[in-house]
Design a protein around this ligand. Structure first.
Ligand SMILES: [Zn+2]
Length: 458
């Protein structure tokens, strides 16, 4: 017989009411919430029932990171994502990445773009019980053209097979890849609608596909019953995507009024993913391989995103929450909840709205759909128990020690941090030095000692 679990909540934020109510009880039957209400009116536990006492804590739904690339490996450089590690090593590493995210209070993730079929593989391993991990909604490689991301290398190298992106030379080829990915069991198909190619004189990023091409691909993705999700930082890419009726636009930093209207007309969600921008600004160091003007570019985009996305929100466009975990500045399990802070700081959300966005709203397009979405009767019991009050200070959720417990379908998650692992030689690029040590530099900056003490070589 399935047992019941009684959870005593000091304060319960169910994600739907917008309020934290005191002295509440949740009763779980198996993995599902069976009763919720004031503790004084709760049914009595029977012998064999389990009780969890969080009467000194803030209880809220598990968070969702709708933008986590588990196969990227906290990459220091683009080549680290695409080239060095074997697919087998990447898969094992991705499993640990997914677990690190879960341990930080995120019970579900969406991975929009991975190498090969790594994200669907980790999803399946979790779902059949091979390993504990978050619920995963997965895509495969992102489709794009030379005007999108992924075409980083000289044309005589091309885009290698283990890259997270795939070039589509024609619509025929794009449709073939879409059908292949659908057959291979992805949940979502990702189009990268722009990259770094901009028109001169402030003309903005050039879309990787025409409006007609975007329509063709999105119609086919939907015909096959998959989610159509896109990367678009520029105005044109976001507009084409929203007009074609995609489900989610990631970034949308420069979305225009026509794009906002199209997003409203077609129920397109926006997932700003500001944590990556913010960390690129806040964590930049003079010795970084990125150019000195990199933080300025990021700052300009953050300003644009703040203005345009506030307008989109005021118009009624719906938002999801995703941190773009997977880069060296957004390592797994470290900064996921910084996206909630960014929603408050840069997009004008209240803490309660940011939490609702990252818990209830962000579940809307996940594989589990209606089974998730708030701590109310009938929903899966994905729960985070917090020491502190995130409604008063949203940054509480970023503190590892404040995440008191995480329940996934009612089962406690082991919060012991994953052991920090050394980097395998195959994981990262072969770069060895950050500058050229000519005599002028050495004389100005260093006082090198002899490499070996004299007696060593005597
Ligand atoms: Zn991304």
């Amino acid at each position: 017989m399935t047992s019941r679990t009684f959870i005593r909540c000091g304060r319960l934020f169910d994600g739907l009411s917008g309020l934290a109510e005191t002295d509440r009880t949740l009763v779980l039957y198996g993995d599902t919430i069976d009763w919720a209400g004031p503790t004084a009116q709760a049914p009595a536990p029977q012998p064999g029932d389990r009780e969890l006492d969080y009467s000194a804590h803030f209880v809220m739904p598990g968070m969702v990171d709708c933008h986590a690339h588990i196969s990227y490996g906290n990459a220091l450089a683009q080549e680290d994502i695409d080239l060095y590690a074997t697919m087998e090593f990447r898969t094992l590493r991705s499993m640990v990445a997914a677990q690190a995210i879960l341990k930080s209070g995120f019970t579900s993730i969406m991975d929009p773009a991975c190498s090969g079929l790594i994200a669907p593989a980790v999803r399946d391993a979790v779902n059949v019980g091979l390993v504990q991990g978050p619920r995963i909604t997965a895509s495969g490689r992102a489709l794009t053209t030379q005007q999108g991301l992924y075409d980083w290398y000289p044309s005589w190298v091309g885009v290698p097979e283990p890259s997270t992106g795939i070039m589509t030379g024609s619509m025929e080829e794009a449709i073939r890849i879409i059908r292949q990915q659908a057959r291979d069991g992805v949940d979502a198909i990702k189009l990268t609608m722009d990259g770094i190619h901009a028109r001169r004189n402030g003309g903005g990023l050039i879309a990787a596909y025409t409006q007609a091409e975007t329509h063709t691909m999105v119609d086919e993705i939907h015909r096959l019953g998959k989610l159509a999700v896109v990367h678009a930082r520029g105005k044109e890419g976001a507009l084409y995507a929203a007009r074609a009726g995609v489900d989610i636009v990631f970034h949308a930093s420069n979305i225009c009024d026509d794009g906002i209207q199209a997003a409203l007309d077609n129920s397109t969600w926006l997932c700003p993913s500001l944590a990556l921008l913010v960390n690129n600004i806040e964590f930049h160091e003079p010795t970084d391989a990125s150019a000195p003007w990199w933080p300025d570019i990021q700052r300009r985009e953050l300003v644009a995103a703040s203005q345009n996305l506030r307008r989109a929100r005021a118009a009624g466009v719906r938002f999801m929450s995703g941190s773009e975990a997977g880069f060296a500045v957004t390592p797994y399990g470290e900064w996921g909840a910084k996206e909630l802070e960014a929603h408050v700081r840069y997009l004008g959300f209240t803490p309660a709205e940011a939490i609702r966005c990252a818990t209830v709203d962000s579940t809307r397009l996940l594989r589990e759909r209606d089974k998730l979405g708030g701590l109310v009767i009938g929903k899966l019991a994905d729960i985070v128990v917090v020491d502190g009050d995130p409604l008063a200070d949203i940054t509480v959720l970023q503190r590892r020690e404040a995440i008191h417990a995480v329940l996934l379908g009612g089962q406690p998650v082991d919060l012991t941090p994953a052991p920090t692992h050394a980097r395998h030689f195959s994981e990262f690029s072969q770069g060895m030095w950050s500058k050229v040590y000519d005599r002028a530099y050495v004389n100005a900056h260093l006082q090198p000692a002899a490499a070996l003490a004299p007696q060593t070589v005597a």
